[in-house]
Ligand binder design. Structure first.
Ligand code: SF4
Ligand code: SF4
Length: 536
């Protein structure tokens, strides 16, 4: 190993394992957190955030679209199953698809109207593949479904409050879309000490969480209190990047009466909004790659999720609308828009106005979002932003050769060796890339962003992870086929043996019958003889 390689490996190793004497405090970050000083971490990048003027524009509400396209899979886990028929009239907030399995979430009508179809539409995904959705034609009245709400949710058992959150279809709004009730129920199984509320919003261009904290801080803090009740956690730490002073001030005012909730500014550093990085920054605890946050006594929920929990429990309002940032160089009036789930990206862009034909459309942030095939794609519960970029914003300089500078290693928040992994991927040696921790890569894009040679590192990793998953899936499929074939051989052998045994049994029975007949034959002869003797 050459000197440069040695240096890079040591740098990566240091990042992945803190010195043992700092372990009780959780490593370097732990020491800082324990001393109450939140230092700028050494990992990550600080891209130009492009959040203003969109973040400062007052929140606007989208006029009700004529049609809404509500996907059945808007969460991690099994898609929901429709419980309505085409032609059926529904009310706003009425259940239209029920969850299937343990990890799933219900889907509700975003407005009142008539179901006009249940079928495939374009998925909110770069593949553009079809996706099952319920299409709802609005009647324009927005008539709401009446829901029962508890007078005092804190008088209910934690499991009852969690059930209300599950019934409202609340999922993680930070992008993961994991059903919130499943996460909150972890408090029963694991010893959850700390609830971390993620107000980081480190992705450039996005500001929907910022708007929630500025405009609806009391709702978000009430949601945090309800989540503390559900999990049994002792305290909540609300982490907000220090580039959002208005949000920090609003959340501090709203949390002032609740000493168990502490609002903590954290350094503005991408990807601070990633759960593991925020946990490490706020508590000093490192979550090993093969563990979940709950294993170190922490669960993380997004600040917009907290506001959705508040509406679900206090008003019985399912998750049927959300704030979406509409931003990018092609947008005339960038800002945050409250829109029903199922609204087409095209409707949001029409409302915000376009200066020019977008050169690229992205759902989510520019670092981790999905490029859209076109604007006729609906927003889902997890859609934080619709970005319409102009040509200038998407121009990427041509990639050059790697100059072994090591900047990508320094930037990687996981402590991986992007340059080595990319070299292995390029050489087609995916197993070697996997042995360097490819599966731990969170596709944050820091390495690619910082690379002076503009090497599209994250694309290499996304491609390689896809290949490895496909290989793993093929391996599992082959194993399953092999197992089935082996079971078939065993079954055929067993059946043949049973057949042979049955044939042998029948043969033995026939032989026994013959023997018995043969033994009886002389007697019968004697009987006939005797009978004949008695004849007159
Ligand atoms: S940042 Fe780019 S040029 Fe530098 S070591 Fe990494 S891959 Fe090579
Ligand atoms: S994309 Fe992967 S390898 Fe690159 S910095 Fe992020 S986690 Fe590290």
């Amino acid at each position: 190993m050459g000197l440069i390689e040695k240096f890079l490996h040591n740098l990566s190793r240091k990042r992945r394992a803190a010195p043992s004497f700092l372990a009780p405090l959780g490593g370097w970050a732990g020491r800082s957190a324990a001393l109450g000083v939140l230092r700028t971490p050494r990992w990550g990048v600080h891209p130009d955030d492009h959040k203003r003027p969109a973040a400062d524009a007052p929140l606007r509400t989208l006029p009700l679209p004529a049609r809404l396209y509500v996907p059945l899979r808007q969460h991690v886990g099994q898609p929901a199953r429709p419980v309505v028929l085409v032609g059926q009239e529904v009310l706003k907030g009425q259940l239209i698809a029920e969850p299937q399995g343990r990890i799933s979430a219900p889907v509700h009508a975003p407005t009142s109207g008539r179901i006009i179809s249940i079928g495939e539409i374009t998925a909110p995904h770069p593949s553009g593949l079809p996706f099952e959705a319920i299409t709802l034609e609005s009647d324009g009245h927005d008539r709401a479904f009446e829901a029962d709400v508890p007078a005092d949710p804190f008088a209910l058992a934690p499991a009852e409050v969690t059930a209300l959150i599950a019934a409202a279809g609340v999922v993680g709004l930070g992008g993961a879309t994991f059903p919130s009730s499943v996460k909150l129920a972890l408090g029963k199984r694991s010893e959850i000490d700390t609830l971390i509320v993620n107000g980081g919003e480190c992705e450039p261009y996005l500001s929907c969480d910022d708007r929630i904290m500025r405009d609806r801080a009391a709702d978000a803090i009430d949601g945090v209190r309800l989540m503390l009740h559900c999990t049994g956690a002792r305290e909540a730490l609300v982490g907000i990047e220090n580039n959002k002073p208005e949000a920090i001030a609003a959340m501090r005012r709203a949390a002032a009466r609740f000493p168990e909730i502490k609002v903590r500014p954290v350094p503005a550093r991408y990807p601070m909004g990633s759960d593991r990085q925020l946990i490490e920054t706020l508590t000093g605890k490192e979550v090993p790659s093969d563990c979940r946050a709950a294993d170190v006594g922490v669960i993380v929920n997004n600040v917009s999720t907290a506001a959705a929990v508040h509406r679900a429990v206090r008003f019985g309002e399912p998750l049927i609308r959300r704030i979406v940032t509409v931003n990018g160089g092609a947008v005339w009036q960038p800002g945050n828009i409250l829109a029903p789930v199922g609204t087409l990206a095209a409707d949001l862009l029409d409302f915000a106005g376009l200066k020019c034909e977008p050169a690229r459309l992205v759902m989510g942030g520019p670092m981790m979002g999905a490029v859209l095939p076109h604007a006729k794609v609906p927003i889902v519960k997890g859609t934080a932003g619709i970005l319409a970029f102009n040509e200038e914003e998407i121009a990427i300089p041509e990639a050059g050769p790697c100059i072994r500078c090591g900047t990508c290693v320094q930037a990687c928040p996981i402590g991986l060796l992007p340059l080595e992994m990319a070299a292995n991927v390029r050489a087609g040696d995916l197993q070697a890339a996997a042995s360097l921790g490819l599966s731990d890569c969170i596709s944050c894009g820091c390495c690619a962003y910082i690379c002076p040679s503009h090497i599209p590192l994250v694309q290499f990793f996304s491609h390689a992870k896809g290949e490895l998953w496909a290989q793993e899936r093929d391996k599992l499929r082959m194993e399953a086929t092999r197992k089935l074939a082996a079971e078939r051989v065993v079954r055929l052998e067993r059946e043949a043996k049973e057949k042979a045994e049955a044939a042998a049994r029948r043969k033995a029975e026939r032989a026994a019958v013959k023997r018995a007949e043969a033994a009886e034959a002389p007697v019968r002869g004697m009987e006939s003889f005797a009978f004949n003797e008695t004849q007159p």
